[in-house]
Design a protein around this ligand. Structure first.
Ligand code: UD1
Ligand code: UDP
Length: 350
């Protein structure tokens, strides 16, 4: 089979790391990087560290408003698909790169395989929710991480081509944990002791582009009685400037975005993780690290039901209370598969 895979943003590089190498043992892959993320520490570092094949094509679309960015990707991906005539287009997650890949393929009647299908926040104000709903509705193969995702699709009338394969990010994490033990020196570099710091990430549009929410989150980080390490997403750095919130970050350990091996080391060693990331909620769970989620909802309700994740919105008092009051659950059932999702994905492509 000939497969065109579309990636473009940080979490997609990590997901592709669990699939591309396996895929190339059986199929021909043309890896297309849209260029949605382009800074070295948002893109190149993941290819270098995780042995992801070098993309055959980099569209270098870069940043932009949703319509302009997605539209530019759509036009370029269409050209590639017309030339390559693949059997499948493989897309990951819920970014604008995902949607562009899905639409370009569907209009050319090329079957789409969607990794991380069926997730829902039920909040249509999130760009990611729009992207994932649309992508799912034009996909032929819907590869789900959880039974919840399978059930969400059924509610929308999608039952054909739906497979519960587990989560490819677990495959990636299993690999990275071993590599990080050998190759990451981030704890020494930042003079951090395991269990003695909090790890935080913030990048969701609903938090970064809303002054009240961003202020609430940063104020909570200030109020938490432990060092807070914040690898800062470029979007967040920009908005801290725009809202003049620089005084709020003076006591944090602010660092540039890190590669995945350093990230896994930080996650594993943190006392707690505070985040609005989708992927990091799962990663915290797999590593047995409590997670405080700085959002109003989650696509990963199982992490909340098991007691390892608390949803607290962006309110300072709620965040601080959740950190202080967190009670570590005794049980830690396996969630989101067995670390073999990549293999199942490749097998299902034929
Ligand atoms: C995107 C995804 C989001 C995902 C996140 C992963 C969409 C709509 N959003 O959000 O679902 O969780 O990636 O990190 O697709 N920027 C840089 N350098 C870069 C990349 C971005 O400076 O390499 C800055 C630019 O100012 C840009 C802003 O970050 O405008 C936002 O980037 P964009 O890719 O549009 O969205 P993310 O917030 O990264
Ligand atoms: N990540 C990373 N370095 C960082 C921040 C995040 O390697 O500085 C990893 C993180 O561990 C996870 C992925 O990037 O695997 C999640 O990306 P992000 O939070 O940007 O996106 P989301 O999952 O919310 O779409």
């Amino acid at each position: 089979m000939k497969i065109v895979s579309i990636i473009g943003a940080r979490p997609q590089f990590i997901k592709a790391a669990a699939v591309s190498r396996l895929l190339r043992k059986q199929h021909t892959e043309i890896l297309v990087h849209t260029g949605q993320h382009y800074d070295a520490n948002m893109s190149a570092i993941f290819f270098d560290e995780l042995g992801i094949p070098k993309p055959e094509v980099n569209l270098k679309i870069g940043s932009g408003r949703h319509g302009a960015q997605t539209g530019a990707m759509l036009a370029h991906i269409e050209e590639i698909l017309l030339k390559e005539k693949p059997d499948w287009v493989l897309i990951y997650g819920d970014t604008n790169s995902t949607l562009a890949g899905a639409l370009a393929a569907a209009k050319l009647h090329i079957p789409v395989a969607h990794v991380e299908a069926g997730l829902r926040s039920f909040n249509r104000k999130m760009p990611e929710e729009v992207n994932r709903v649309l992508a799912d509705h034009v996909s032929t193969l819907l590869l789900c991480s959880s039974q919840t995702a399978v059930d969400n699709l059924a509610v929308e009338g999608i039952t054909q081509g739906v497979h519960l394969i587990g989560d490819v990010m677990l495959d990636a994490q299993n690999y990275a944990v071993k590599q990080a033990a050998k190759r990451s020196n981030i704890l020494a570099k930042l003079a951090l002791k395991p269990g003695k710091f909090m790890l935080a990430t913030v990048h969701r549009a609903e938090n970064t582009d809303d002054e009240v929410r961003l202020r609430g989150i940063l104020s909570a980080f200030e109020a938490v009685k432990a060092p807070v390490v914040l690898p800062i997403h470029p979007r967040t750095r920009k908005m801290i400037e725009v809202f003049n919130l620089k005084s709020k970050i003076q006591n944090l350990k602010l660092i540039e975005p890190v590669g995945y091996l350093d990230m896994v080391m930080l996650e594993k060693s943190a006392r707690m993780i505070l985040t609005d990331s989708g992927g990091i909620q799962k990663e915290a769970y797999w590593l047995g690290v409590p997670c405080i989620t700085l959002r109003d909802e989650t696509e990963w309700p199982e992490t909340v039901e098991t007691g390892w994740n608390v949803i607290v919105s962006a309110d300072e008092a709620r965040i601080v209370e959740a950190v202080r009051g967190f009670a570590r659950p005794e049980a830690h059932p396996a969630l989101y598969g067995d670390g073999m999702a990549g293999r199942r994905c490749v097998a299902l492509l034929g």
